[in-house]
Write a protein that binds this ligand. Structure first.
Ligand code: TUI
Length: 314
């Protein structure tokens, strides 16, 4: 059994986080992952504070294990959601898509373990200095908002830049990915796309089907022109958006084209108007299963790989 610094820090059985996917990662999914021994994380996304509070309470009903809340820093509700995390005493806050500096002291005073997503060495150093408990180094293979660097390149550099435990994310969906992440110096992983196939993940059946049928070149990045690159499945919507982006549509119309697109994918399965966020690893997600099985399975797969690697050294 693989026990690492992140298990010790958080009091969890397996060093596996479920990514805080906007519109997707609710209290029910998070509780299922935490009950399975990983860290379930509720996504605040662009939702108002009341929604997040409600999901935290749903999760608390379903599990007595630690849970996390992911704060999407570009959200208009980020300030109030940051406060809800304090009031509801969640064990962990993760952050994404920005710089969480202004919230750090309030969270730390509340005894919350703060684990920011970083996409660069500079951000890793800053978050270490400001008192983060651990870091998530997320490479651009991931779904959703992406940075420039790949997981392979980012993780070892973040590990060199900090003494904190590092959780690797982006392009990880099975035991091979977990083993590789540990080889790069990480002591845990965060997976998003793999958990889209969990029974407890209540996305539209069309979304799930698209993930299960995905192939290697199924994702693309759009949104660079407005400064918020996002990886999603290469659907009719993604193609249309890309055409508009490079075809001279003005910024306001382009912004409007993207508004509500995540919700239309998750709740309506709308191929033409929905944005189906997905990591590059979708092609390796092959079956539906309970979230707890995903957590256990990837770690059981990783263990013999890491053992075998040890035997290569005389
Ligand atoms: O945040 C994510 N993934 C996301 S957020 C999201 S919702 C969204 N909707 C529309 C447009 C954009 C986002 C969907 N998926 N992952 C964590 C992550 N954070 N990846 C990269 C970063 C990041 C990027 C820049 C973290 C810090 C950062 O620093 C910026 C700065 O201020 O220097």
């Amino acid at each position: 059994m693989i026990k690492s610094a992140i298990c010790q820090l958080l009091g969890i059985r397996y060093p596996v986080f479920q990514g805080g996917m906007a519109w997707i990662a609710d209290g029910k999914l998070a509780a299922a992952v935490s009950n399975g021994g990983g860290l379930g994380i509720i996504a605040a996304g662009n939702a108002p504070a009341d929604y997040v509070r409600q999901q935290i309470r749903i999760a608390r009903e379903l599990t007595d294990k630690p849970i996390g809340v992911n704060i999407m820093l570009m959200s208009p509700f980020a300030d109030e959601v940051a406060q809800v995390a304090v009031e509801e005493k969640v064990e962990v806050v993760t952050t994404g898509a920005g710089n969480p500096s202004k919230y750090m002291s309030a969270w730390k005073e509340a005894g919350i373990k703060v684990i920011p997503v970083v996409a660069s060495v500079a951000m890793a150093k800053l978050m270490t200095r400001l008192g983060a408990s651990a870091l998530i180094a997320e490479g651009g293979e991931s779904g959703g908002h992406v940075g420039e660097l790949t997981t392979m390149v980012l993780v070892p550099q973040v590990c060199d830049a900090t003494n904190l435990p590092v959780v690797a994310a982006g392009g990880i969906a099975d035991g091979r990915g977990v083993a590789a992440a540990f080889m790069l110096g990480a002591c845990g992983v965060q997976m998003g796309t793999r958990f889209l196939s969990a029974y407890e993940c209540t996305i539209h059946p069309v979304y799930k089907e698209k993930i299960l049928k995905a192939t290697d070149l199924c994702t693309m990045v759009t949104g660079k022109r407005l400064g918020h690159p996002v990886r999603s499945l290469r659907t009719q919507f993604a193609r249309n958006y890309s055409k508009a982006e490079y075809g001279g549509m003005n910024d306001a119309d382009l912004e409007a084209l993207g508004t509500g697109a995540l919700r239309r994918a998750v709740q309506e399965g709308d191929n033409e108007h929905g944005c189906f966020l997905s990591g590059q690893i979708a092609a390796m997600v092959k079956k539906e299963q309970p979230a707890a099985d995903i957590v256990r399975e990837v770690m059981e797969e990783a263990e013999p790989i890491l053992r075998r690697a040890q035997t290569w050294v005389e």
